[in-house]
Design a protein around this ligand. Structure first.
Ligand code: NAI
Length: 385
């Protein structure tokens, strides 16, 4: 099948989320990175886009230029990802939908409910996809939780408890740093800081897993660092349309928590527990039974889990990224060789033939030692002795 053409707005050099999008879109080879307006500084965006392999005429300076350029092409992009700061999502997403492009927009999709309604209506009227990157719902075991709930393993869902509480804005002395301050400033962040940034991930996942939507809620919001106008911590009680209750805690001052996205679901017949930082294990406790660990990739899980399990059981989800680092080292080594320059020492770490040989010597020594009642053997290859 021909590759789909993919474009990106935002996600420039040094951005937090740009590399994750490029890795994610590129992994299966279904999408080809074809166009971009990657930076708020036009020249930096053009230059970085070309360094990433974009053609000169498709490494754009800003999103308006990209829209005009792509709109007129026969081989226009099939999908555009909007990974710019929040306040720009609405305008960019709206413009690309109106021009007939499919869009994947970063969260929060818009700054207001009214804008959000406009986007939903526009996606319907244009018939174009408008996806939102609640990316954690892509985890295989999150899909399995949803499947277990849907097929009734837990019985009626009584309670869902979701957390997204990290500690990365806990330093009061750093609160005035411009990179942090804007997030708590209503003029730039809108009506909410921490809930809009992280709480919505937890809420989306809770709804996704239990198959129910939030109907009512009650929130206790706090600015633990008092100079902040918007909240840095919130506890939200929820009632869902299928009868479940919910508790959601989100925080940016939870010192010691790194990422802090966790999910627990309690039904009449059992409970589930999962954490983003250990995505390969799902803890399942049937009523009256013991805690069981469901491993990603173990097989005989739901079709939704099997489809999204990329590496065999026991390997970490990040394992393909480790492979990608080996390829990146090799690319640097080959390019250095071609250009007659020394290789970047930080990339000069790929395993060599010598490592392969050492392994074989160890294999041979282990076999011999095993036969010789565990006698000590020389583990080195003869040529390195
Ligand atoms: P960042 O500040 O690290 O990077 C933003 C990038 O966008 C920069 O390269 C900047 O030059 C570029 N940019 C800014 N305005 C632009 C414009 N008008 N046109 C083109 N490029 C522009 O921001 P970060 O952390 O990467 O966040 C971007 C978005 O992704 C935010 O909406 C954030 O909420 C979301 N995000 C989503 C996550 C998820 O798990 N789904 C995780 C982290 C961030």
């Amino acid at each position: 099948m021909a590759k789909l053409k993919w474009g990106m707005i935002g996600g420039g050099e040094g951005s937090q989320i740009g590399p994750a999008h490029r890795l994610g879109a590129g992994l299966d080879g279904a999408f080809e990175f074809t166009a971009g307006a990657l930076d708020h500084r036009p020249d930096a965006g053009r230059e970085y886009g070309q360094r990433l392999g974009l053609a000169e005429d498709r490494a754009y300076g800003d999103w308006q230029e990209m829209l005009a350029g792509e709109k007129g092409r026969e081989d226009r992009i099939d999908l555009v990802t909007v990974a710019t700061p929040n306040s720009t999502h609405f305008e960019i997403t709206k413009s690309f939908l109106e021009a007939g492009f499919h869009v994947l927009c970063e969260k929060p999709m818009t700054m207001t409910v009214e804008e959000g309604e406009e986007i939903v209506k526009l996606a319907k009227s244009t018939g174009k996809i408008c996806a939102v990157n609640y990316g954690y719902s892509g985890y295989s075991l999150v899909r399995h939780m949803r499947a277990m709930v849907a097929r009734g393993d837990l019985g009626k869902i009584r309670m869902v408890k979701a957390e997204f509480a990290h500690g990365h804005h806990a330093d009061a002395a750093d609160a005035d740093n411009p990179r942090v301050r804007w997030r708590y400033d209503p003029a730039q962040a809108g009506v909410s800081a921490q809930f809009a940034d992280c709480g919505i991930h937890a809420l989306h996942m809770a709804s996704f897993v239990i198959g129910q939507e939030a109907e009512r809620l009650s929130a206790d919001t706090v600015s633990c660092i008092q100079s902040r106008e918007l909240e840095d911590d919130a506890m939200v009680n929820l009632r869902f349309d299928g009868g479940a209750a919910g508790r959601l805690w989100t925080s940016s001052i939870a010192l010691g928590n790194q990422h802090g996205l966790t999910m627990q679901v309690f039904g009449e017949n059992g409970g589930l527990r999962w954490a983003q930082e250990q995505p390969n294990q799902l803890f399942w406790t049937p009523l009256g039974g013991r805690v069981q660990i469901i491993e990603r990739g173990e097989g005989n899980l739901s079709p939704e889990a099997d489809r999204t399990s990329r590496v065999t059981v026991g390997h970490a989800e990040g394992m393909p990224l480790a492979f990608a680092n080996i390829y990146a080292d090799l690319a640097e080594a080959i390019n250095a060789d071609k250009q007659g320059r020394p290789i970047d020492p930080a990339a000069n770490l790929y395993p060599r033939a010598e490592d392969g040989l050492r392994s074989m010597a160890a294999v041979s020594a282990v076999a011999e030692s095993g036969k010789a009642d565990g006698a000590w053997m020389d583990a080195r290859p003869p040529m390195f002795r």
